[in-house]
Write a protein of this length. Structure first.
Length: 152
């Protein structure tokens, strides 16, 4: 399941919904990304996206994770709009029978979210605003999944 929304999310409530009525899940891995203030340099982060395209890309990404690992469930929630330091940005939850699949799928999803989905972040602080670019390490992290998959 994927959701793009302005509202905050409750991690515990999202996990409870994902587990409801299920006894086949042996491992749940979560990742929650939050707004960092970077030592006082960030007072606000604005997240924009391309409606329709964003949801399509997230759906394809989630489908790829489910094809690569035996997941019982997965969830991606990504916020948009104006956020403050400490606010939640993104939640990734993966559930499987065993922990390895859940850990690998969660890392795969986050590595691709950082580089392949149409979200744009603008940080604002005392010295002005700037668009946030993906870090070179983000592309390296994403690429390792393609190398690993090609080797399999």
């Amino acid at each position: 399941m994927i959701r793009v929304q302005q509202e905050d999310f409750d991690v515990a409530a999202e996990i409870a919904r994902l587990k409801e009525g299920r006894s086949d899940i042996g491992a749940i891995v979560t990742f929650t990304g939050t707004v960092r203030d970077r030592g006082g340099a960030v007072t606000e982060m604005t997240l924009e996206h391309y409606p329709g395209m964003t949801e399509r890309e997230l759906t394809l990404l989630e489908a790829e994770a489910n094809a690569r690992w035996p997941l019982q469930a997965s969830l991606i929630v990504h916020r948009t709009g104006s956020l403050q330091p400490g606010d939640n940005i993104v939640l990734v939850v993966t559930a499987s029978e065993h922990r390895d699949a859940a850990f690998d799928a969660a890392r795969f999803l986050m590595d691709h979210l950082k580089t392949n989905t149409p979200f744009w972040k603008r940080e604002t602080g005392p010295s002005g605003s700037r668009w946030v670019e993906a870090e070179p390490d983000d592309a390296i992290a994403r690429q390792r999944w393609h190398q690993k998959h090609a080797a399999e």
